[in-house]
Design a protein around this ligand. Structure first.
Ligand code: ADP
Ligand code: ZN
Ligand code: ZN
Length: 816
């Protein structure tokens, strides 16, 4: 008898055994997909981990339906890595599998399929099966895979569906819901009529009397000659010093043609830039030092101050790895940052750069998947956020984790709750590849690893091109309030500095950390604050919609006109968010154009990029934003950064609060003065003498590191202790309280290490579920794997207690 061992894309730790024929046994390899029945009537796409001849003893193995691949589409290293992730982060291998694969490769009975709107299908080119599916979808706009199976009375249709997805005839419903719209950028080219050699001559003749238009045409020819790449409408307007209306007139006249391209997929038709990248002396030294480190170590940290030109060093290093035929993975904390980076990398590497984006259409993700698997020339360098880590690399040589300190590298929900930086280091190890971590403000953990010689360390202490580090001015808010030097949330100093920057035509960034500073409505008579009905949080006031909203579940009500508790109409707004600052700016600087970057204004897929673009193009003078601003953006005309209130970050109840405040303020400050001029940063605070604020002001990373490290040791936190956070959830308060106490006692009695809790978190109810947390601290000298096994055993026995079975328990290893 012959069997396959498969993993299902479900939150299950177990693998499952299915029966196969002898012929199938000889054909199937690890990493191929098979479709299998599961439960009463479900069908899933499962991944083969093994073929064997051991009949399962506990259940009757069902037969697989069908083999879906001719050769493996996942690699052995990849599967090994997934198993590591599942084991280390205490989740099911099914969680990792489901998270790793583009959903187009994971069709299951519940997947909803639609025919693609506005597409002309040549029915003669469809196979018989494809035609049947196509016809079924003509009757009903969308169908579950399960329904198609019964309509056609045929189980084995997944490959047919997959082919039709690849041909763009049908799409997955989830994509339609997502409303995915790639960002299209307008380009111009010469109308076909004038493409001949004497096109320019003809045009000048036609435009004899239209000077403005003639200039544009000339500018077009010049730019094309020098840059040899597609030219955007925006660029043409810029170089010809004209307006988009004039360009439009030329398009209407059929002198130019307009076309749209998806921006991050633009491939250069001409050559890439021949300009050799010249590193400064400091960069060159750092580059050599990194390579020397790699002779002995797997991982190296590049600690380079903001604007020191880390990216240029990455590019040099990538060049060397590509020359040996290796693949390179470049991880970023935020996918929104890719456009800037992709254009920078494409300039050097042309079409070898692929982007893996969780929001791209299935076909695009599948394409990158296959290119990576085949080690194709088109995906030698893969850029992506954390999930790119799960692609099927087969010859990986270098992994770059840029802004390694960023908390977004840790996935918090759903499982796998992995840290991409740490998982990248393990993956590199499986590939015998090297890892370069880069940051201006490394995480304490990473820096500690350099100090204990686990990782190499290379420092770059000067900014590129002799740009000075920004000058930092501290403003004591207590003093300013006392002396009545505040206008709203702006001190006189900040107002003066903004006025000066604007008068010089320079741009300003204002940073307001949102955390804990959401505006709320409070009754002046009784102090009542409206709360969410399902979550234990106050509702946040959104001025532009005149609404109160819950940031946890989205519940919203219209702004009340009177207090719900005492009916008083004396209501006031408390706290301040980015919106209120923007409002104040309008009255302080009525002539300046302001923009806002926060979760509300960047909601759409490209919302973030749109704002960045208009700021780069100087359509915005003052940009107000939250921590999104801190993420490695490069603006060349910003001379002033204002931090509206530094204190709330510091007072966050979290052992990383000081580290994070330092990182955030240093990173935001780093946006100032990136070209010739020294930038200025104004930090408004009630605690100008706070150590962390002083460390930011004096650019003293080492001071921050040493102080924090000391605290971490005293209070038993990373890097001295590893932390596992257990979150328990249930709708009944009493049951949860009892259950979490039970689990806490079992854990603390059996583990013999610090177990804290069960604690009621600051927000102790979300979507009507109560929450309790338990923190387990594992000292570095204890074997982690066996401790986790013990914990898992206790979680299993908790689950076995009948009255607690309904309590959800989530484990978060290396909780961030
Ligand atoms: P970091 O990532 O360290 O903050 P960047 O890599 O963004 O810094 O570099 C800052 C700026 O300096 C960028 O505009 C970059 O193009 C420029 N720059 C850095 N190094 C070089 C170099 N060797 N040649 C030309 N420009 C450089
Ligand atoms: Zn809510
Ligand atoms: Zn009231």
């Amino acid at each position: 008898m012959f069997f396959v061992e498969v993993v299902l894309p479900l939150s299950l730790a177990k693998t499952f055994t299915y029966r196969i024929s002898e012929a199938e046994f000889h054909f199937i390899k690890k990493g191929m997909r098979v479709s299998v029945p599961f439960g009463k009537s479900k069908i899933y796409t499962a991944l083969v981990l093994d073929v064997h001849q051991n009949e399962p003893s506990l259940y009757d193995a069902k037969e697989i339906h069908q083999i879906l691949d001719e050769k493996p589409i996942a690699t052995e290293i990849q599967i090994k890595h997934w198993l590591w992730v599942a084991n280390y982060y205490m989740c099911g291998i099914g969680d990792v599998y489901r998270g790793a694969f583009p959903s187009g490769l994971l069709l299951e009975s519940e997947t909803i399929i639609s025919h693609k709107a506005d597409i002309v299908v040549n029915e003669n080119e469809l196979s018989d099966e494809e035609f049947l599916v196509y016809e079924a979808l003509q009757q009903q706009s969308s169908l579950k895979v399960q329904e198609i199976i019964s309509i056609l009375n045929k189980k084995n249709i997944l490959p047919t569906l997959q082919k039709m997805i690849a041909k763009n005839i049908i799409v997955l419903e989830e994509e339609i819901k997502e409303g995915y719209k790639p960002k299209l950028v307008r380009y111009v080219k010469l109308h076909a009529k004038y493409e001949s050699d004497n096109g320019l001559g003809e045009l000048l003749e036609i435009l004899k009397s239209a000077n403005k238009q003639k200039e544009i045409v000339l500018a077009y020819f010049q730019t094309m000659a020098s840059e040899k790449k597609p030219i955007t409408v925006k660029k043409l307007v810029e170089v010809s010093n004209s307006t988009s209306a004039t360009v439009k007139a030329l398009i209407d006249k059929e002198i130019f043609e307009e076309y749209l391209l998806q921006h991050d997929r633009v491939s250069f038709e001409g050559e890439t830039s021949d300009k050799q990248l010249l590193l400064s002396e400091a960069q060159e030294n750092a580059f050599t030092a990194i390579k020397n480190n790699f002779l002995e170590k797997e991982v190296c940290l590049l600690h380079g101050v903001t604007s020191s030109g880390k990216t240029e060093i990455y590019i040099k290093l990538i060049e060397e790895y590509l020359a040996t035929g290796k693949q390179v993975l470049y991880l970023l904390p935020e996918i929104a940052l890719t456009t800037q980076l992709v254009s920078r990398l494409r300039l050097h590497f042309g079409d070898k750069v692929a982007v893996f984006h969780s929001k791209y259409s299935n076909n695009e993700r599948v394409e990158v998947w296959k290119q990576t698997l085949e080690n194709s020339e088109k995906a030698k360098i893969v850029i992506g956020a954390r999930s790119a880590l799960f692609l099927p690399f087969n010859n990986l040589g270098l992994l770059i984790v840029d802004e390694e300190h960023e908390q977004t590298f840790k996935q918090s929900d759903p499982a796998p709750r992995y840290h991409a930086r740490d998982a990248a280091i393990v993956l590199a190890n499986f590939h015998s590849a090297k890892v370069l971590l880069g940051s201006a403000t490394p995480s304490i953990e990473t820096y500690f690893n350099t100090q204990t010689d686990k990782y190499g360390l290379v420092s770059l202490t000067e900014r590129y091109n002799n740009v000075k580090m920004p000058e930092i001015l501290l403003v004591d808010l207590k003093d300013k309030q006392f002396r009545k030097r505040m206008t709203g949330h702006f001190s006189d100093v900040l107002i003066e500095e903004i006025t000066e920057a604007l008068s010089l035509g320079e741009q300003v960034i204002l940073f307001q950390n949102r955390r804990g500073y959401s505006p709320i409505i409070e009754c002046m008579t009784c102090g009542h604050v409206p709360h969410c009905q399902q979550c234990d949080v106050s509702l946040t006031f959104h001025k532009h919609k005149n609404q109160l909203r819950c940031h946890y579940c989205g519940y919203s009500i219209a702004k009340p006109t009177h207090c719900h508790s005492c009916s008083s109409i004396d209501l006031t707004t408390k706290g301040f968010g980015t919106e209120q600052i923007e409002q104040e700016l309008v009255s302080l600087f009525p002539k300046a154009k302001t923009g806002r970057m926060d979760q509300d204004t960047t909601r759409g897929k490209y919302g973030f990029e749109k704002i960045i673009d208009s700021f780069k193009n100087r359509e915005i003078d003052i940009l107000v934003g939250t921590q999104m601003l801190a993420k490695g953006l490069d603006f060349d005309n910003v001379s002033l950064v204002g931090i509206m209130n530094a204190d709330n970050m510091l007072h966050h109840p979290d052992f990383r609060a000081f580290e994070r405040s330092f990182q955030m303020m240093t990173q935001v400050a780093g946006r100032a003065g990136r070209s010739e001029k020294q930038g200025k940063v104004v930090i408004q605070t009630y605690n100008p003498n706070h150590n962390t604020i002083q460390q930011v002001t004096t650019h003293n990373y080492m001071g921050m590191y040493k102080e924090q490290l000391y605290d971490r040791q005293i209070y038993k936190y990373p890097p001295y202790f590893r932390i596992i956070k257990l979150t328990l959830k249930h709708r009944e308060f009493e049951k949860l309280k009892e259950g979490s106490m039970w689990l806490y006692q079992v854990l603390s009695q059996n583990l013999g290490i610090p177990v804290l809790g069960p604690e009621e978190p600051a927000i102790s109810r979300i979507r009507n579920e109560y929450i309790r947390t338990i923190l387990i601290k594992i000292p570095q000298n204890l074997p982690l794997a066996s401790t986790k096994k013990t914990i898992q055993k206790m979680l299993n026995s908790f689950e076995a207690v009948a009255q607690y079975r309904a309590i959800k328990v989530i484990a978060n290893v290396d909780f961030y």
